[in-house]
Design a protein. Sequence first.
Length: 278
Amino acid sequence: MTQLPLAVALLRKGIDGLDDAMLVLLAGRRRLVGGLSAVKRHHGLPAGDAAREQVVLARGDGLARRLGLPSALVRGQLALLIEDGRRVQGLAGTAAAGGDGNASANTHPGVTMGHSYAGSVLRWFPPPHRWAPLVARVPAAWQRALLERVVAQLLSGPLQDGDLGFLCGRRIGIEVRDLGLRWVLGVEDGRLRALDGEAEASVRGTATDLLLLASRLEDADTLFFQRRLELTGDTELGLTARNLLDRLPWESIPLAARIALNRASRAARAAREAHCTG
């Protein structure tokens, strides 16, 4: 058997990774469509929505042009997704433009979901560990660049004030258990950077609990006492970092970041509670 060139093997591995990611997204999409179907039934809305189908296809045409993709290819893929969405919602047959797999639950002004019903819908949204295979496909360099940008924005004040000096030449890790993510941070050249190598101390927890900590919706003492967050390695270094976060003035974080953190944390907590009670 002829051995393939390394470049071919690497490119095929990349293609396989993208194929896997699309399947993970497809699984998540089908769960959302199922939740959408339940919302529609609850509010007495029709399952099918031909106008929405046309909007979905038109949006696909626009994105195809921007990405340089053949319109027929994009329309064909969307039509398959729409048809699958119709099947998930119990609709027979195929609409001329496709089904309502992307239909919005809130097509009527003023229609809102009650708190208890919102919980039942959130159960359709995949929990964080279901996203782990997809997250694993994101190149490490992209993850590090995004992490550095987010952390730099959140901790710009302490960094400028020199409060992060204790991290110079030190390494502290963040581990997101359910997403399978692990980063190591340190201060180099006056900037907070993602580094290679092992961490001297690590904070470990789920994506939801780390979000709750970052957004101040739950305090660090409670999360560590309940063992929802764990501190490993150099205890002194870890406690210094934790105490800095406790003292960090919430108003020093940019307003847009505060709003995004708060909303993401509340949504993640509500989704976890919905899965636990479902």
